[in-house]
Design a protein around this ligand. Structure first.
Ligand code: SF4
Length: 175
């Protein structure tokens, strides 16, 4: 087993303490940097892996998960129960991947994908929730996951919708 002990700490985004969602950081007793490129493959190979310092960033169901050597950050959580569930799932994935690393080809490169910050720049950034997401940032991540489309934001100005559609068309997407 690579990862055994960890402690979860919950916090609210400093930029807006009134956000309903919370973030968490898991402080790890073991160094997991060696598993990160293998975990990238196990998670589909679409993560953003950085070699120095070793970091793997994943976007799963509109949520940002950043894995570092001794910390795991997860954003847009409902509460501590949800945080514990996700961290527990990640711990299992990390340990299973480490156990089977001899049969897994590590993934160091990231395929071209739309960038969250570029999408967010074009959104109204009012966090009005009319799209069904808690924030514009989560909506942007859902667009990257191809779960949401520009037309799913009722507040999006037509000019920005054209710009966002044009930006997304630069990447190979299913639709
Ligand atoms: S509807 Fe648009 S402006 Fe409102 S939270 Fe969603 S993305 Fe942001």
């Amino acid at each position: 087993m690579l990862l055994d002990n960890l402690q979860i700490e919950m916090f609210r985004p400093k930029c807006n303490p009134n956000f309903q969602s919370v973030h968490c950081v898991a402080h790890l007793d073991q160094d997991i940097s060696g598993v990160l490129p293998y975990l990238n493959t196990a998670m589909g190979g679409g993560g953003d892996y950085i070699d120095s310092p070793p970091t793997l960033t994943l976007q799963i169901h509109g949520r940002l998960i950043a894995l570092h050597a001794r910390e795991i950050f997860v954003n847009a959580l409902k509460d501590e129960t949800e945080a514990e569930k996700i961290i527990d799932w990640l711990k299992k994935e990390i340990n299973q991947t480490w156990e089977h690393r001899d049969t897994i080809e590590p993934t160091f490169d990231k395929p071209p994908a739309p960038q969250m910050i570029e999408i967010l720049k074009l959104l109204p950034k009012t966090n009005c929730k009319e799209c069904g997401e808690p924030t514009c940032m989560v909506f942007a991540l859902r667009v990257i996951d191809e779960v949401k489309e520009p037309e799913d934001c009722p507040q999006l100005h037509p000019e920005m919708k054209i710009k966002l559609t044009a930006y997304l068309s630069r990447f190979h997407r299913e639709s």
